[in-house]
Write a protein that binds this ligand. Structure first.
Ligand SMILES: C[S@@+](CC[C@H](N)C(=O)[O-])C[C@H]1O[C@@H](n2cnc3c(N)ncnc32)[C@H](O)[C@@H]1O
Length: 281
């Protein structure tokens, strides 16, 4: 069953948080001249038209990237992220497209870096392939993203970053992310890994934290932005990124911008954010 389509959600508050973290990790990887490997296990299509029926139907981007688009007081870090989105809007004034994780990465990778993008959806995969056909150092594959950690790690570069961003429409995804990390870490313990997670039911999300704690892996940072308090009702109340082996600067970079994101993305005043270690060094 593959019914999830990211086009309904592209550019929402969860994407903003996820893509800011993605950008900061990739920027950090680029501080060293040596090339690295980037694996995006659940890629989506890479670029979204915000006037599409799907995006307009939910209007989620209006409460995400839409709330940052015209701000004149963006913190430096947030401004670099908005600039990446401006670039795929032809530097234009109006917000027409949103970049998925592969397009954020494609703009940051250098010729010595390399990426693999996997996507399973029969309709989304051809769109993804088409969006990246001009990029020499980016390969796309219609395959199960979770299996790519076992299949492609360790990278020949011995430097790498893996983004795992499943839809969680199947409950087993909450366990599969932990299994995938175990597989990856066993092969490549010095890599950086980021897992995106939603908070729909807090108990489900906790399964990931508990599962990761049980692996014994150290240096796991959690970054979360809640738009409203946890609730038993349907719907996502918060989202976050779990980062294993984060760049040492990430914790403070996120602590510096989350107050701004919270007040700008959620002007209603119900936002809460946390940056904390699931397991420290
Ligand atoms: C949340 S979206 C990805 C969004 C994208 N990472 C971004 O930030 O722009 C999740 C994607 O995973 C795809 N998917 C679901 N199960 C998958 C699997 N086992 N392997 C690869 N892709 C899968 C879905 O079709 C969907 O496009």
């Amino acid at each position: 069953m593959l019914s999830y389509r990211h086009s309904f959600h592209a550019g929402n508050h969860a994407d903003v948080l996820k893509h800011l973290v993605l950008m900061l990790i990739l920027e950090n990887m680029k501080l060293k001249e040596k090339g690295f490997y980037y694996l995006d296990t659940h890629s989506g299509v890479g670029r979204y038209r915000l006037s599409s029926d799907e995006a307009e139907k939910t209007g989620e981007y209006k409460e995400g990237i839409g709330r940052l688009w015209e701000q004149t007081d963006l913190p430096e870090t947030v401004s670099r992220y908005v600039e990446l989105i401006k670039r795929i809007n032809y530097g234009g004034k109006s917000l027409r497209y949103y970049a998925g994780s592969p397009m954020i990465a494609a703009q940051l990778l250098r010729p010595q870096d390399r990426a693999l993008l996997t996507e399973l959806h029969p309709s989304d995969f051809p769109l993804l392939r088409n969006n990246f056909k001009e990029f020499k150092n980016i390969s796309v594959k219609r395959d199960n993203g979770f299996q790519q950690l076992k299949a492609t790690l360790p990278p020949k570069e011995r430097r790498g970053f893996v983004l795992i961003d499943p839809p969680y429409e199947l409950k087993e995804d909450y366990d599969l992310v932990v299994k995938a990390i175990e597989e990856g870490y066993k092969r490549f313990a010095t890599g950086t890994y980021a897992i995106w997670y939603p908070v729909v039911l807090r108990q489900q999300t906790k399964r990931i934290f508990k599962g990761l704690e049980a692996t014994g892996i150290r240096k796991i940072l959690k970054i979360e932005l809640a738009v409203r308090p946890d609730s038993e009702q349907r719907g996502m109340t918060a989202s976050g990124m779990i980062v294993i082996n984060p760049p040492w600067t990430l914790e403070n970079q996120m602590k510096a911008i989350l107050p701004y994101l919270a007040k700008t993305l959620i002007p209603e005043g119900t936002a809460r954010w946390t940056v904390e270690w699931i397991t420290p060094e």
